[in-house]
Design a protein around this ligand. Structure first.
Ligand code: SF4
Ligand code: ZN
Ligand code: ZN
Length: 322
């Protein structure tokens, strides 16, 4: 009979009894020093890639473990350094799921003492629940998540722009970023791949974006919220696709490789970000126009959000109030 004994190690920093084994760092950490290790990583990524010219920073927080990790790991540090920091929560109107998410974000911003802006999608005349119904009736022919993603990107930029923030911070973890970039590179969609850089400068009304969580493994965000006892949203959105996408499958394979070669995913993403993406030049960045309905920058007029919104309101029989 084979008996496996897991020997608990000692924390690499203080030598006390460790609780976390981090294979890609080849280290054991106690609770306190695991938290420190994650926070140091997030702050380092921010400082390495984000220029110092930004002053007003808006964290887009959904209530999930990733966005709350980046908020707790980075926002207090930026406040200490003199930046102005705010939090944006987008209320998508997904019933109990959105209500719970909102109350979690309210609680976390209260604890951290950071002002919260709530952007309510229903104030534009529809919700993601309406979208899901129209997709089910085949009135809208795009997946719910594709429309939801477009809505979130639009509102994130619009709120940041209108409220005078010059940088939006989001919580994309390493596993999601690497699988998404690889999927886009393999599909020849370089424009989408380079958008996932840790920092994308702003232009013509598009606010700059930063993703300081991209070198943090998804499992580390889970351990971090547990270690810090952060209240986060555990429920899944009711519209989460049932079928596993190629990106999800790619993520599983990458995790398998990382299990036998710890750190492989981090090394791969670092090489893609620092060595491959800078060599890819997209001929000319598409020219931006102003949407004649909402005045926001877009590649088409009307913008994707306004076009979709008009269709939704038309089918819902609701008046477009602009
Ligand atoms: Fe939106 Fe889809 Fe995420 Fe639900 S699962 S919040 S519909 S992107
Ligand atoms: Zn320790
Ligand atoms: Zn518009």
């Amino acid at each position: 009979m084979l008996i496996v004994v897991l020997v608990m190690g000692k924390c690499r920093v203080c030598g006390r009894k460790a609780e976390y084994w981090v294979p890609w760092a080849n280290s054991w950490f106690c609770r306190e020093h695991f938290i420190e290790y994650v926070e140091r990583g997030v702050r380092k990524t921010f400082e390495k890639y984000v220029p110092r010219s930004h002053h007003r920073i808006l964290f887009a927080v959904s209530g999930g473990k990733d966005s709350l990790t980046v908020l707790h790991a980075l926002a207090p540090y930026l406040l200490e350094k003199g930046y102005e920091v705010g939090v944006l929560f987008i209320d998508l109107g997904i019933g109990e799921y959105s209500r719970r998410a909102k109350s979690i974000v309210e609680e976390n911003t209260r604890v951290l003492g950071i002002p919260l802006i709530v952007a309510d999608l229903s104030s534009y005349g529809f919700t993601i629940t309406d979208v899901a119904e129209l997709v089910m009736r085949r009135v809208l022919r795009r997946p719910v998540c594709s429309i939801c993603g477009m809505v979130k990107r639009y509102l994130m930029n619009r709120v940041a722009y209108e409220k005078g923030y010059d940088l939006v911070v989001t919580g994309h973890n390493l596993d999601d970023t690497l699988s998404f970039i690889l999927h886009n590179i393999m599909g020849g969609n370089m424009e989408a791949a380079i958008k996932l850089k840790p920092y994308v400068p702003g232009r013509d009304g598009l606010v700059a974006k930063a993703r300081p969580l991209i070198y943090t493994y998804e499992v580390e965000t889970q351990w971090y919220v547990d270690a810090k006892k952060i209240n986060y949203l555990m429920e899944k959105c009711p519209y989460t696709p049932q079928k596993e996408s190629i990106v999800m499958r790619l993520k599983h394979y990458l995790r398998e490789i990382d299990k036998s070669s710890p750190g492989y995913m981090k090394m791969a993403l670092r090489n893609i970000i620092d060595r491959l993406l800078p060599r890819i030049t997209i001929k000319e960045e598409g020219k931006l126009v102003r949407c004649s309905i909402c005045s926001m920058p877009a590649s088409t007029d009307p913008c994707g959000f306004c076009r979709t919104r008009e269709r939704i309101l038309e089918y819902l029989g609701r008046k477009n109030t602009g």
